[in-house]
Write a protein that binds this ligand. Sequence first.
Ligand code: 3HC
Ligand code: NAI
Length: 707
Amino acid sequence: MTPTAAPALPVTHELRGNILLVTVDNPPVNALGVDVRRGLVAAIDVAEANPAVRAVLIVGAGRNFIAGADIREFGKPPQMPTLPDVCNRLETCGKPVVVAIHGAALGGGLEIALASHYRIAVAGAKLGLPEVLLGLLPGAGGTQRAPRLIGAGAALPLMLSGKPIGEQEALKIGLIDRVGQSDDVLAEGLAYVQQLLVDHAPVRRTRDAQALADQATSTAAVTAARADTAKKSRGLLSPLKIVDCVEAALNLPFDEGMRFERKQFLECLDSPQRAALVHAFHAEREVQKAPETRRAQPRPIGSAGVVGGGTMGAGIAVALLDAGLPVTMIERDDESLARGRAHVEKVYDGLIAKGRLTSDAKAKKLARFIGSTSYDALADVDIVIEAVFEDMAVKQAVFAELDRVCKQGAVLATNTSYLDIDAIAASISRPQDVIGLHFFSPAHIMKLLEVVVPARVSADVVATAFDLAKKLRKVPVRAGVCDGFIGNRMLAVYRAAADHLMEDGASPYQIDKAVREFGFPMGPYQVIDLAGGDIGWATRKRRAATRNPDARYVQIPDRLCERGWFGQKTARGFYRYDEGKRAGTPDPDVEAIIVTERERAGVTPRTFSDEQIVRRYLAAMINEGANVIHERIALRPLDVDVTLINGFGFPAHRGGPMHYADTIGLPALLADIREFEKQDPLFWKPSPLLVELVERGETLASLNQSA
Ligand code: 3HC
Ligand code: NAI
């Protein structure tokens, strides 16, 4: 029998002189799983029992200190000790406990730091309490210790935004005691502990900290945060609970506050919101592992070209510049090129106006930007992203030029929204290099990037697209070629469902309100007004000849467009927009048009409850999502979820449409669709995938493992 190596311990300790050095080594991010928790408690026991130990130093191995609780343990039976117990054990240790932080000290990781007696961090540290992003609140004393250490005014934004801060900011607000001179976290930590010992620094417990002395300021911060959170949290459970916990920290003795926090934490932990947000977290990481990335190496990308400097081309250029790449933009003529460059500059000027960029930084970025009206300028670039008009002939002409000038091995990408990328690829001599990179507007902001994989593309080009997405800090989702890929294809269907509801009796304002109350930031008609009704109108006109004549077609949007009511840019759309206002008001003229159109279509209007509206809207979305998976346009349900959350405003705390479908239950959903099918069998044809899953008694989640 061959001896097997003992598994590496996730927490080790060793004596360094009179300091017990405790190292958390639990790849990939030193999450606080049960073995880490046990290891930390055991290390403190050793420190107290061994008279040679005068202080404890805790560090993390690898790239981070500790990234928080182990998310994989959520929803499973608890295992002792709990994280609050571990933090209490650290805090009550009779010898000074010091943490030295590099990389991420997040969630439970920061709570470990807060429970320790002294804190040092080195450059590049990220300290934060991101639990709210997972539907939770800091549940290992964070809500009680942070306000005591830094005051409620500083603690609340950390917990409510979930955004981490750097070491300098942390020092400024008193979250840490010192910033190391070098980035050698171990050397800095050891030197700091030595210094503390020389100074006879006492054990110093955050539970007894005095930041609360200014009770009035902290109380005011809680009141302000409560009002703000009630307005902004849109159905989320944990933000208001965070405010409650911080208020408890101000008013209750520490141990009572801890009990209060625990109760609130467990309620969040048990909530469907937590399950949905953790699903979204994992899904966002899972989508990055497309099959091609496992079997092919990405091509190196050191420079990029963009063809077209309109809305999308300019946004894509900014995204590429922000990732540090040199960018060459091609336009039709000098005037269009000047406009393209102006679009790029406008984005940076906006950031300067908001104080988020300096003129110097803008100049540095633009130094990497060149424009040209000659394709020859693209001869040496590693990737080109085409963003010209949505017209097959125009795009094929551009690709013919790219085929002529680009070096062998250059990746040739198109940002088309709907066109057949296989046809674009087939039109040139190197289809293996052609791929879809479908950005969303505004391209430098929106996280989603659909990587559209045509039949003949080579695997290393797909791997390159995923690699580039990482550089651009985008969330890439692999999609197959079809009309609209994943997101826009689904959008067309659930928007049609909204139009049907509108013609059947619901007002656009009620539909928008119902959809917003479900958690979307905007309803479908507000989105149309924002993007411009003319875009969809042009597409509808283009497709009029090929539309199935038996399919229901609601003409109300066309009636508005015929009047030139395109939305915000024309001050009228589904809503009216008063001068300079972005929020619209309902328009009686639009309601009158709807009444006339209902009569023309022979529809007797009915009333719908908000709940009925949302049920139909989501049923249409989920049914088409199931079709998209069934046809392998999306690899798994989670790819659809990530697409809708990151590109279409689906509320993350509902987990995406396919996760949500499982929470309502596929049999109930299918029953709804079959009911709607009785009125409109063409539109409401149940997806074969849903039918199959219901027959087998399975969930959509069961398909998430099999990419
Ligand atoms: N638990 C378990 N696994 C985790 C994890 C965690 N807390 N955080 C990250 N991971 C896993 C990821 O799932 C991923 O796994 P995979 O390789 O199998 O896909 C792997 O670690 C690497 O993660 P990333 O791809 O995100 O790596 P990055 O280097 O880009 O980012 C990070 C690292 C900044 C630490 C980022 O992973 C992150 O933000 N993690 C979540 C941090 C967090 O939310 N912590 C709070 C947890 S809740 C809590 O602590 C409750 C407490 O208050 C009681
Ligand atoms: P746009 O009309 O704002 O810009 C197109 C630009 O391409 C113009 O500046 C035009 O001068 C230039 N152009 C046209 N023909 C050219 C040629 N032969 N050579 C060089 N430049 C040329 O269009 P927009 O909105 O930026 O869309 C571009 C592409 O991106 C389209 O395929 C569109 O479907 C897609 N898309 C658009 C989104 C949006 O929200 N606007 C979202 C995602 C994709």
